[in-house]
Design a protein around this ligand. Sequence first.
Ligand code: PMP
Length: 427
Amino acid sequence: MSRESDRLFAAACAVIPGGVNSPVRSWHAVGGHPVFVARGEGPYVFDADGRRYIDFVGSWGALVHGHAHRAVVDAVTRQAVDGTTFGAPTRLEVELATLLVDAVPSVEQVRLVSSGTEATMSALRLARAATGRDRVLKFVGCYHGHVDGLLVRTGSGALTLGVPDSAGVPPAIADLTILANFNDFEGTREAIHMHAHDIAGVIVEPVAGNMGVVPPAPGFLEMLREETSRVGALLVFDEVITGFRVGWTGAQGRSGVRPDLTCLGKIVGGGMPLAAFGGRADLMRLLAPSGPVYQAGTLSGNPVSVAAGLAALRGLQARQDAYGRLDALGALAERRLREALQATGTRGTVNRVGSMLTLFVGVEEVRSYEHALDSDVEGFARYFRGMLDGGIYLPPSQFEAMFVSLAHEEEHVEELGRVARRVFRGT
Ligand code: PMP
């Protein structure tokens, strides 16, 4: 072993299961061992051996301003000096909650938590309490964190590793989860109506990102809104990826569909551990201490995380063209990757919504989970390794999204296209 990353990985494997603290960081699906990151700067990450890569992972979508963004670093530093946690309310929490309520159309009240998993877990508890029903419908290939009842036919790392159903989830809990296929209108309607009397809610990624990017078919989210209302179930949008990513108002702003509850994460924490769930005030008031649904956290609304989130969101707000810019960079990335496929006669396609995109290898069109599964994961692994050799850091899985950030310039995206062309040409 020559690389410092390899040495670190060997040491990690002795003390951390699989050498990583989250399975999506593993390179099982693409071969080799993960690079250990020493630092990040704007659009770049530097590994433990000092090698620089253009980063299109962006901490899985959290870093909309890129690494070590000045305003975020300053906010974190200032707050750390004043104290890192109090377990008591702070002014900053009110500011962040107000910003979220103002930005996200359906959110009237919001509670801050520390991870996307906590947000979805809590939102579903609330949905169950509000409706007095137990079952929840999720879509095959969507991922909503490692909540017991949601680790059923899930996407992201579990799908990548071929374990979409987790061991350790009691069948009694998994049985409360109803499954349907994303973008399957008839099957979804049927599933909702079959459980019309015991379904508490439908949870969905309004743009699927954890089977690779799969946009909702026209009318699909509208159909979910209509059918959930008809049977008295709640519609829960998991906007952990899409929130402040596909637009200031999230996927709900883009689609015009208003969910009852919304989960946020990633960008709202500015790269620190922070997430949120919110929605209709009458529902949110059911939470303790104003209501009977218990939900809590020692580090919830942590001042350093909140300061980072506020700095990131205000940075987006201050930049009039932020979403136009992200969309333009995303479109350029899509175009260059498509050209690389075409110019080299490589079968594949690119799905994109704004600044989140996935290049699927070996398939012509991906509109569903089934289509995503048809992709050539061996071909993707070769593409991933070639890109890495060319200095491009991508998610190590076919079933994830890559992201462009405001720290990327056209030259970084052009380099992505050039390296992809070389890799597909096999030179
Ligand atoms: N929901 C979605 C849509 C996600 O992509 C993720 C994580 N990638 C989560 C929930 C879980 O968030 P966390 O990893 O912060 O628990």
